[in-house]
Design a binder for this molecule. Structure first.
Ligand SMILES: *Cc1c(COP(=O)(O)O)cnc(C)c1O
Length: 373
């Protein structure tokens, strides 16, 4: 076991799945595992999810090759390419998101597809007024291609009014295919979580979940965070009052104290915030606010631990005062920005003895934000 690892709680994932299933009712659930299953490890997560969701969805063909599941795998738009159609696995479902691709589709081998429709996001997709032509073209010229789904992506769910009208436009365009095309879907996490949007989408027969499965969104609905980072100090040392610590001597000891060394740092996303510039005044206030309200990312039994100086590339120095030298410290990081080779420990599988979870759950500001895809 290394000194820094990420625990992924499969029980929490299952708990989240149950909440999602209650919300979406009899719709099929498409479990999105792109981006290394949102940083949690695509192999283990796909194995765990395969018999709990109806379809798995990846971001591109390469991701689909990393997993060995029997269940259906949808390659999401926008990264489904014509070369992908050479892959002969019969559990693959391709996305058709532009008309040019259609001319080059194979005519000899059986393929399963969903058609991706653009309803306002404007990055990819067949426009709604082209859907009938596209479906007719596929049906007339490609009897080997089975259209199993129609979908779109809701990109602005915070604007509920806009999104509801977006859903209704989608409905108007696809409703006539409901009898022939089994999977019609538009909801992703934010849509699943919003009552009005979900209601507007009551004609759909499937929903796609990513963020909400892994616990990046939906805490007010009882969704649980599914991952926790831990670090055990790799070294401790005593220093005397007045001595300085680390690069640039940024920290000076106010009294004799013990220093702890953690084997994690910038490379793991420590010290990195996903901040964007908002304008001078706003940023000034934010800097001021930050300087008053310190944000901790390391915790010992729920108690914040002081970082001394700044995290380095792969090392972080901490104040070990009052902390046991073998303490298992919790580190508040997001797997999405954390480097993917970090050891992951999956707990909650049958063969594992369940560990007693710590009581305090600190969710950082970053982690409560759904991740944009
Ligand atoms: C990533 C993605 C999703 C999942 O979105 P979440 O907000 O994480 O649930 C759904 N649909 C498409 C097309 C995506 O690219």
């Amino acid at each position: 076991m290394s000194n820094f690892w990420c625990e992924v709680d499969l029980n929490a994932i299952e708990h989240n799945l149950n909440i999602i299933k209650k919300l979406i009712g009899d719709k099929k659930l498409i479990g999105v595992i792109k981006g290394d299953a949102y940083g949690l490890g695509i192999e283990e997560v796909s194995n765990f999810l395969q018999d709990k969701v109806d379809i798995l969805a990846v971001g591109n063909l390469d991701e689909s090759k990393k997993i060995s599941v029997k269940s259906d795998i949808l390659i999401l738009s926008p990264l489904c390419k014509i070369e992908d159609f050479k892959d002969e696995r019969d559990n693959l479902i391709f996305s058709i998101d532009n008309e040019e691709i259609i001319d080059n589709l194979p005519k000899d081998s059986k393929k399963r597809v969903h058609i991706y429709l653009d309803t306002g996001m404007n990055r990819m997709g067949i426009k709604l007024n082209r859907i009938d032509t596209v479906i007719k073209n596929l049906r007339d010229n490609y009897p080997n291609i089975k259209i199993e789904g129609l979908y779109t992506h809701l990109h602005k769910c915070k604007d509920v009014k806009y999104t509801v009208s977006q859903v209704l436009r989608f409905k108007k365009a696809v409703e006539k295919y409901r009898e022939e095309i089994p999977l019609i879907h538009c909801l992703a996490s934010s849509g699943i979580l919003d009552n009005d949007i979900r209601k507007a989408a009551n004609f759909t027969t499937a929903a796609r979940g990513g963020n909400i499965i892994y616990g990046y969104a939906g805490y007010n609905r009882g969704i649980k965070k599914t991952f926790t980072y831990y670090a055990v100090p790799v070294n401790t040392c005593k220093i005397a009052k007045g001595e300085q610590v680390g690069y640039g001597g940024l920290f000076t000891a106010k009294s004799d104290m013990t220093i702890g060394v953690l084997e994690c740092g910038n490379v793991n996303g420590m010290g990195i915030t996903r901040e964007i510039k908002n304008g001078v005044i706003y940023d000034m206030f934010r800097v001021l606010y930050r300087s008053i309200k310190k944000r901790y990312i390391i915790f010992n039994n729920g108690r914040p631990v002081e970082i001394l100086g700044k995290p380095n590339m792969n090392i972080t120095l901490i104040d070990m005062t009052g902390i046991d030298k073998d303490a298992k410290l919790k580190v508040d990081l997001s797997p999405i920005i954390s480097e993917s080779t970090i050891d992951k420990k999956y707990i909650g599988k049958e063969e594992d003895i369940l560990e007693v979870k710590e009581v305090t759950d600190t969710i950082s500001e970053e982690e409560t934000l759904p991740i944009e895809e």
